[in-house]
Design a protein around this ligand. Structure first.
Ligand code: 5GP
Ligand code: ZN
Length: 117
């Protein structure tokens, strides 16, 4: 069923505590943890506890939770004392999405070029 945990999903396993992660914030609806392969001094992933394959499907099915993800991205940036930062939702393999459980990348702590290439 839409939103239900998926056995083969890495981020559902992190939500369930079956795979360890360095969690920096948690709410009833979201978990934020450090990326295992950081691309910037701060690189935190904010995910909904619910499983949806990408940000758009999350926003369509559970808009309040999508808003929670965005708010938590801002809270992570505040916790990390980032004056400027980027929030990225890679969507589709061609755009670099490798984990098909919606997640926001919060990147900061260095200068960021645009577009990334
Ligand atoms: P995507 O490429 O789908 O936008 O982002 C997935 C992110 O998950 C990547 O930046 C990758 O480094 C991160 N990642 C993959 N496996 C793990 C893991 O086991 N633990 C953590 N903390 N991050 C992971
Ligand atoms: Zn999942």
């Amino acid at each position: 069923m839409a939103g239900e945990p998926q056995d083969d999903c890495l981020f559902c396993k992190i939500v369930a505590g079956h795979i360890p992660a360095t969690i920096v914030r948690e709410t009833e609806t979201t978990v934020a943890f450090r990326d295992i392969n950081p691309q910037a001094p701060t690189h935190v992933l904010v995910i909904p506890r619910l499983h949806y394959p990408h940000a758009a499907s999350l926003a369509a099915a559970a808009p309040a939770v999508a808003a929670d993800v965005l708010r938590e991205a801002g809270e992570v940036a505040a916790d990390e004392k980032l004056d400027h930062y980027r929030v990225v939702f890679n969507t589709g393999g061609g755009a670099g999405q490798t984990v098909f459980h919606a997640h926001a990348h919060v990147l900061g702590g260095r200068g960021l070029q645009w577009p990334p290439g």
